[in-house]
Design a protein around this ligand. Sequence first.
Ligand code: ADP
Length: 647
Amino acid sequence: MMKKLSVKNQFRLGTALILVFFCSGFSLLEYKYQKDFATQSIYKETALHLATADATRTYVKDILRPRITELLPDGEFVREAMSTTYLGREVMARIREKFPDFTYKRAAFDPVNPVNRADEFERRMLEWFRENPNRRQWSGIIKKGNHSYYAQLNAIYAEKECLTCHGDPRDAPPKMIEIYGGKGGFGYREGQVVAADAVLIPVDVMFMRIKEKAIWVFLIGGGALVFLFGFFYLLFNRTVILSLRDLITTFSSITGEETALKNVGPADEIDQLKEAFEAVASHLSSAHEDLKASETKYRRLFEASQDAILICDAGSRLEDINDAGIALFGFRNRAEALEIETFYQLFWDGRRAAALMGEIDRNGAVREYEVEMVDRVGRQMVVLITAHRRQEEGRAAGGFVAVLRDITEKRRMDKHLAQTEKLAAMGQLAAGVAHEINNPLGVISLYSNLIAKTAPADPQIQKDLKVIHKHARHCKEIVESLLRFARRSDPKKVSCDIHAVIDEVLGVLTHRLESGSIEVSRRFAADLPPVTADTGQMKQVFMNLFLNAAQAMPEGGRITVTTGFKDPGMLEVRITDTGSGIAPKDLDRIFDPFFTTKGPGAGTGLGLSVTYGIIEQHDGRIEVESAPGSGTTFVIHLPLDSVPGET
Ligand code: ADP
């Protein structure tokens, strides 16, 4: 392939061609114009000379010769006054003395005077006039020897008057025959082309000057244009070429390819720019594709993540949230989630949020930060947050990305497991202790009874024996409840109506509650499906809970029993009292065996742990909500036999 010129050289070559073409064209036009102008002037000059010669001849023919003929005797001929040719030549010779730049000749094929004999050119012209009788004049440039001339020729026709001298020689004046001889210039016929007046003006020098002038125009004009184009070239180089090269370098740096500014090869700067541009375009297009693919990949990861992902700006305002996040906080859709003022709103305690932000700011990231958060309707949940400060390219630092995992259920399960394990261990211990104590207690009771029967009737001994007996019985009661707690016999489940169970327990406790000024309100759900449960154990559960509630309200109060369905397929029973409430430090311990806040002899601390065990054996769960002074609510969840509304 032929090497392509650089844009710079293309410009140079183009400019040079334009210069040559333009200057040559202009000079040629100038030359032609000058030449035409000069030719026209010469034409006028030759026409004037010919007109002078013609006027002289006409005067001689029409005025002078007839007058002289009258004066002279017959046969006389005075050449100086009667020959039109002679007089014409003489007058023209005199004019030439003043204006020597032309030659005049009356050329004839066969002249009377041999000096007028036509040369080669004139002979051709005379023949041409004869062949073209309607043409009386010819003018043009001719070459004679080494010189060029402008020639104008007028044809001369023989007239009637001419035939006197140039017809038959016998009719010609004898004096004329005497002067010229009778050889030439006779035999003319009227209307025949017999001669031509020819005026020639040399044009060599004039045309040479015009040519020189045209060359000067070419040189000066060319020089001026070279200067002008030189200036344009510098300007072009500065504004276009350098910019082009910069552009190519920039493009190359974008693609990372060293394609720019090749001084070899078939490409000029425009081609290189085109190549570089195409490279950039394809680079951009593939980068765009990559970006789109990566964006789609990360978007999919973001959307498909089972953990909630939140992206916040520097002002802790949500910028984006994935579906898991929307579901976690119970938002209806993304738009609703993005409307919240700040991330802080999602925390149970704003101070914890501030502490979390402080840690992200300090360390750049936090890992598995456990914190309580709330959803849109205020439900509390335990969440593990892993977050890092955003440091994206081309973006002011600030904001963070947080991955949230809801561990509420896990925490509850852990607690439940720990409680179950604790209960199992305590149960084993309790059973062991109860067995060990049961026998000595039986022995103590037996022997104290024997002593009472066999001992003398000493009232003091009888009194002491009664004390022993009473405490032994109390111990036996504790041992029995310990064994009940430890035994954990499989519940004998039957389908039962939980409302009826509650009513029965409340019926047994009526006297106790009324005497303690405690009101009971029932908010029972209608159409409650039956629950499969051990009725006896259920009675024990409600008995424990109602007695605890009553004990927490020594001054009286209200117990509210509410039943309903919150989670699908689960019965919820809420027992709320208006009692003393439970201190936060005790909340985690109330289900522990032997935990009691009641005085010695007033409580064993086994009621709630037995209750817990029974509910667990029924595949349910029990929770407590309480704060000191605001009463306590125990919530029991039990599986229903069928989903309400379905038959
Ligand atoms: P006891 O009743 O023998 O103390 P429990 O296991 O039934 O044992 O109860 C453990 C503790 O839980 C109680 O000592 C009491 O401090 C607390 N408690 C239980 N129910 C209530 C309630 N309704 N109001 C206030 N505190 C309660």
